[in-house]
Design a protein around this ligand. Structure first.
Ligand code: IPE
Ligand code: IPE
Ligand code: MG
Length: 247
């Protein structure tokens, strides 16, 4: 947990409505036990369920989780294929539960590089859970912030070149709306587990005014209680957005 945060006991805590999580530390969790990294990934996927369940009661309406980055292809074929298989199984197994629980599942990232069968499954579960209103769960898969911005800029450039869009119409709001996250609010709070204090290409545009929290806990050990504690602390932070509070 961060220390030295500004706390004002008189001010009522505010909710972190959109929480984003960089789920890190699966590999270390497994190797420290002498197990293959994929065992850690499997355990990590199981933790997602508990965290998703805990969100509505914590006032979280949007949860965005980083599952696979555009840089994660650098890992061994075995690990990449294993991660994709775990992801596919998660979608298959959770589809019913998510729709019953009112969770709307969506994906961000470049899908075109994923297995066509997996792409179909992803589109299927998005359609199936589209009516969910209790929690908006977004999974970032083959996601990289620079890749997302590059794809978006390219699409906007195409529209400008075709005369569909005037250069003056390219505003911050337009760019935001055309990113993969176009339908999502900006994250209020970004949590990274496993003690690493970097952002690894996660939501660089959207996180311009996000609060960050770095937890030492490895993702396979992270649960609802950790989330509740971090979100509770967030309520006492003073967010200024460049302005002056209580001036
Ligand atoms: C996070 O755990 C999962 C993914 C990046 C896919 P890691 O696999 O990065 O675990 P560590 O950081 O090596 O411990
Ligand atoms: C970030 O974790 C990506 C995900 C959690 C999916 P990494 O483990 O890939 O990040 P680095 O390599 O430590 O920066
Ligand atoms: Mg890692």
């Amino acid at each position: 947990m961060g220390t030295g945060e500004k706390t004002d006991p008189k001010r009522p805590p505010r909710n972190a409505e959109h929480v984003a999580i960089i789920m890190d530390g699966n590999g270390r969790w497994a190797t420290s036990r002498g197990w293959p990294r994929l065992v850690g990934h499997r355990r990590g996927a199981e933790r997602v369920r508990e965290v998703v369940r805990a969100c509505p009661d914590l006032g979280i309406r949007w949860l965005t989780i980083y599952a696979f980055s555009t840089e994660n292809w650098k890992r061994s074929t075995e690990e990449v294929l294993g991660l994709m298989a775990i992801f596919a199984r998660y979608i298959e197994r959770e589809a019913d539960r998510l729709s019953v629980e009112g969770v709307r599942l969506r994906f961000i990232g470049d899908r075109s590089r994923l297995d066509p069968k997996l792409q179909k499954m992803m589109a299927g579960i998005e359609a199936r859970t589209a009516a969910g209103t209790r929690l908006n769960l977004t999974v970032a898969i083959n996601y990289g912030g620079r890749d997302e911005i590059t794809r978006t800029v390219r699409a906007i450039a195409r529209d400008v070149a075709a005369g569909l869009l005037a250069p003056e119409a390219v505003t911050e709001a337009l760019i935001s709306s055309r990113l993969d996250t176009g339908d999502l609010p900006d994250p209020d709070l970004i949590i990274r587990t496993s003690g690493e204090t970097r952002t690894s290409n996660f939501l660089p545009w959207q996180a311009a005014y996000a609060e960050y929290e770095f937890s030492e806990t490895l993702w396979p050990d992270f649960g609802a209680q950790h989330l509740a504690q971090i979100v509770g602390q967030f309520g006492h932070r003073e967010r200024r957005f460049g302005g002056v509070v209580n001036a």
